[in-house]
Write a protein that binds this ligand. Sequence first.
Ligand code: SAM
Ligand code: SF4
Length: 327
Amino acid sequence: MNVLTDRYGRAFPYLRLSVIEACNFRCSYCLPDGFRAVPGRPASLQVDEIARLLRAFSKVGMRKLRITGGEPSLRRDLTDIIAIAAATPGIEKIALTTNGCLLSRRVDAWRDAGLTHLNVSVDALERQRFAAITGHDRLDDLLRGIDRALALGLGAVKLNAVLLRGLNDDQWPLWRGYLRTHPVSVRFIELMRTGDNAEYFARHHLRADAFEAQLLEDGWRLLPREGDAGPAREYAHPDFVGRVGVIAPYSRDFCTGCNRLRVTAQGDLRLCLFGNVGIPLRPLLQSDDDHTTLVARLFGQLGIKAQGHGLHAGDTGLTANLSTIGG
Ligand code: SAM
Ligand code: SF4
């Protein structure tokens, strides 16, 4: 079995696939005015195209798939997509990132289809605050969905909260209470600057350093980084069943451990979340006969994956907002 590596020796066992651009939420840092379809944009990949894509990626070493969006649960065939991934030889972990709007109703079916890992965005634990950030008063239903996911015994349940100065930076006491009883990992993500959000970023970006220093002072301990871990620094505390992760894309070594590739809803390979190139794979997803050519294209493209993103220099690449590529 060949495994994709780039010229810096990094392997890429992890693919993040956006299956839809649309979203029903209006998170103030992502789609503050709601989703608007771009006229003339081709439809999202169909299930048979996704099946061919996954076969090719698994051939070159992909072991973990994350399904994201937009909001992936808005696709009626999401359960079929999960099932197809589960039936693809080589794929061991199937993760979903969702805003949780359909979680309580669908998580059983997703688990039965083969879902193994779940990330749910929960930017605040206070109902009104949650509604103000996301545009939807859905926190209670979403928390019920998370409880259901935990009851089903999904391998890992992680909650994503974007750190926002002045909007949710007072929620830590509520999180502490939640983490005493819920065996989840809550990931505090530093706000990333995208093409659309320069002004918002200036107002609400909050560095995670002070928060991490406070965690250490309060007895949380930094866990050793696991081999296939993503970019999060993870903390545990003996009095809490839950954990805390911190994702700080502006920290120095963020790109060193990069093990992921991305494919957009229209089938463009993106080598970096903030990269400037999109490589169209869709023409090679129309027939099983193109499998070998597709695998060769994947190998070829990795050669040009850059060493790190250009965020420090203010270069946000092609990404207008993260709904287009799934974060
Ligand atoms: N709609 C799904 C959701 O919200 O979970 C999946 C797509 S969303 C783009 C994936 C993740 O990216 C979410 O956890 C969201 O909070 C995060 N995100 C979006 N825009 C961001 C930004 N500018 N900076 C940091 N994280 C962001
Ligand atoms: Fe939608 Fe997710 Fe963006 Fe929020 S973060 S607007 S839920 S795509």
